[in-house]
Design a protein around this ligand. Sequence first.
Ligand code: FAD
Ligand code: DLZ
Ligand code: SF4
Length: 519
Amino acid sequence: MTVLVPILGDQLSPDLASLRGCTKEGTVLLLMEVREETTYVRHHKQKIVLILSAMRHFAEAMRADGWTVDYIELLDPDNTGSFSGEITRAAARHNAKAIRIVEPGEWRVLQDLNTLKSSLSCRFDILPDDRFLCSIPQFIGWAQGRREIRMEYFYRDMRRQTGLLMDGDDEPAGGQWNYDAQNRASPDDSMDPPPTPKFRPDAVTQAVIALVEQEFGDHFGTLDSFSWPVTASQAQTAVDAFIEQRLPCFGKYQDAMVHGEDDLFHSLLSTSLNLGLLDPLAVCRKAEAAWRAGKAPLNAAEGFIRQIIGWREFIRGMYWFEMPELRAANALDATRPLPEFYWTGETDMRCLADCVRSTRDNAHAHHIQRLMVLGNFALIAGVLPQDLEDWFLVVYADAYEWVELPNVGAMALWADKGRLASKPYAAGGNYINRMSDYCSDCRYVVSRKTGEGACPFNSLYWHFMVRNRRLLENNSRVARVFSTWDRMAEKKRADYLATAEAFLASLEPARPGWARDEP
Ligand code: FAD
Ligand code: DLZ
Ligand code: SF4
């Protein structure tokens, strides 16, 4: 009689709660490559390679450490194609007296596991995922009953809880909790981002690449440049390179965008954090140590740590707090289908074309590209949230619903009516021009507001505000926008709206089948 410990593809951590207290002799670890997960959306090819290769490497490492691992490959003829089917089969195969699993990252999978639990006769424990610093009940306790749920206050509690960047129990290092005001520099000539480490595919990854080309060859994205860390030790190499070479400028240029420069000073650690190859707290402690040793400024270390113990934890808490309603949320009644250029990159808008190119080639785009270019465009063009959510879930190697959905639905599209973000992140071309070098070579003219050749972001911004006036004009952070609109000459207002409408009419909707298989 054994204990069966199923480990999901984003739970690749040797100190999982489900393994604690288990003996190597009496335990079987179960890893499952299943079609339900590889195809519930048509993931970017690099995302599937990353997850399956990391799973295979993790299984090897656990075997080498003395654990018994039952690994179900995708093409195993007996593979039932689902977590439930494979756990049921394995429970019988190993005569399991108990099953222990860490709670999954996604609501959809938790529903399936709860159904499975009620159908199996052996003991079935679903344990909290304590790789996150804030448990789901702790977050819900914090959020429930608050008038405003804001990341900043949550983040301060996480600083106190972890002791990161604290002077004593209650004082933030340097006297301020947040140095964001120093983190908004535009790109400039002195910027010289060092190359990020690239991890060339080994034999295991190459076998998975061949498998993915064979089974999912028509999914979005290219595989030529696959170089993500697929083991914990590669991920550590990436952390060390980041802390030493890029952390010092991370804060300052956090919001900058440069055509063809895909990584800048970002860490590129999200794929490893989300797979479980890295411990978030350990990564933050390294960043803090770099600051304390005088190797990185405080605004950089604080900015980076805030992304992880603030935003990442907050987003995960909000997911479980708001599901399942968040998946259907559409507070702004947006109905436009996602434009085809999100998949093809074929658009004259240089900012969007570059972001889609990076997404296709790397299964990655950095935060400000996701929020202020890809998200902002969809927001002001009125794209249906569920279309954009599917796109984001497909295209990024770090995308799981727990992190994608609150970022896209709530942060970028304000579909939750501001429960997560106090105002919509809507912006015209000026913002993109200030933070990037995109506009100088664009077919559109960023300073032109209306008519032929005008940057589409400019008129769409006003079209969005006017469309949503009823909901937004009572928001104190947006209200003055409407005073500006009301003071504009009538002709100018009409030109804005007509320019936006002509542009919207020219958008080609995405053909069906990019994100999900057609029924
Ligand atoms: P860095 O800029 O180096 O930041 C460091 C770390 O902070 C990241 O690795 C990540 O773990 C964390 N982080 C920063 N911001 C966020 C955030 N808003 N939410 C959660 N974690 C954060 N991140 C994902 O991991 N998966 C997603 O599917 C995802 N979808 C997004 C969709 C939109 C519309 C937006 C605006 C953001 C999204 N993010 C997502 C957050 C962020 O863009 C990525 O985490 C980041 O770009 C990953 O690159 P990096 O590791 O170089 O990050
Ligand atoms: C995303 C993904 C993919 C593409 N494939 C698998 C897989 O074959 N086996 C697996 O265990 N996990 C996979 N995953 C990750 C799961 O979708 C993820 O673990 C759940 O959605 C819970 O977050
Ligand atoms: Fe994007 Fe407008 Fe700038 Fe062109 S001009 S790159 S469309 S913001």
